[in-house]
Write a protein that binds this ligand. Structure first.
Ligand SMILES: Nc1ncnc2c1ncn2[C@@H]1O[C@H](COP(=O)(O)OP(=O)(O)OP(=O)(O)O)[C@@H](O)[C@H]1O
Ligand SMILES: [Mg+2]
Length: 270
């Protein structure tokens, strides 16, 4: 039988799965505003934020919730070959199969000639969009100009990508949404809700204000770094409970073990 610490540890595996989605006030607000934006006659929406702030999770959740009411596609990994990219969209949006190449001019014609009638403009969500070339981004922009397809583009923000955003979307992106690291309170909610969802009530109660503050200091509230840290933390607990249980206080998380985990995961340089 696995221990409570092992169960708690596995809660923090770094995966993007909508069934693990946690409602956080700030994210829910952005989520609602993005859903509103999608209804507006916008062509492109930019979703950005540092790595590990929850962009992929956000897109997956959005995809899941929209898919019952409209045509929506989520490309997790960029399709870097242009012809493959257009072919994939043609297949998804229009069910068209191309055996040879499909270039931009040809595909543009296909898109322009579509009559959407009264139906909602289909939506394509591109995750990890910082990997697309500037040239392909420009074509995506032109596609969105036809108003026959909308794009939500998620990218992590660095100086360089900021530039991409400026050059290519300045006038086109009518809405941009930024995801941030968690505040202390949000981080506490995140950790506890995650554990409670997995019925790990005892460990959820072990996080005191002091331990949350330390975790926040170490991870800056980044969700991915927090996952890594707490995964390691409970891994340490599960080893101790087996081998040296007297070293464990099961009432509250020890800051010493948080620090050990931070060294282990590289958040502190030992
Ligand atoms: N709202 C949320 N509910 C539950 N888990 C979340 C939430 N937001 C983020 N996470 C967790 O944080 C981890 C990192 O989030 P995600 O992969 O979505 O970040 P990202 O912004 O896409 O990062 P990158 O730019 O590196 O792709 C996820 O694996 C997930 O476990
Ligand atoms: Mg991502």
């Amino acid at each position: 039988m696995s221990s409570i610490y092992e169960d708690s540890r596995d809660v923090f595996l770094d995966t993007v799965n909508t069934k693990d989605y946690i409602q956080l006030d700030r994210v829910s607000l952005l989520y609602r505003s993005l859903k509103e934006s999608i209804k507006k006659p916008l062509k492109m929406i930019l979703l950005y934020g540092k790595p590990g702030t929850g962009k992929s999770m956000f897109l997956s959740k959005l995809h899941e919730s929209l898919s019952s009411s409209q045509q929506v596609y989520l490309y997790h990994t960029p399709i870097l070959d242009e012809s493959e990219f257009f072919k994939t969209i043609a297949q998804d949006l229009y069910g068209m199969e191309y055996s040879g190449e499909l270039n931009f001019t040809q595909f543009m014609k296909v898109v322009q000639n579509r009559d959407l009638g009264d139906s909602i403009i289909p939506l394509i969500m591109l995750d990890e969009a910082q990997l697309y070339s500037a040239a392909l981004m420009e074509k995506i922009r032109l596609l969105s100009d036809t108003r026959k397809v909308k794009f939500v583009i998620a990218l992590h923000k660095t100086e360089k990508e900021d530039l991409i955003a400026k050059e290519h979307f300045q006038t086109r992106i009518w809405e941009s949404i930024k995801l941030e690291n968690a505040s202390r309170l949000e981080l506490k909610i995140y950790i506890q809700k995650k554990l409670l969802k997995a019925n790990c009530f005892d460990t959820a109660n072990m996080f005191t204000k002091k331990s949350i503050n330390l975790i926040h200091k170490l991870t800056d509230g980044n969700y991915r770094d927090t996952n890594k840290l707490i995964y390691t933390l409970f891994d340490i607990y599960s080893h101790y409970i087996e081998n040296t249980p007297h070293l464990i206080n099961s009432n509250e998380i020890s800051n010493k073990y948080i620090e050990m985990s931070a060294i282990h995961t590289g958040l502190i340089n030992a």
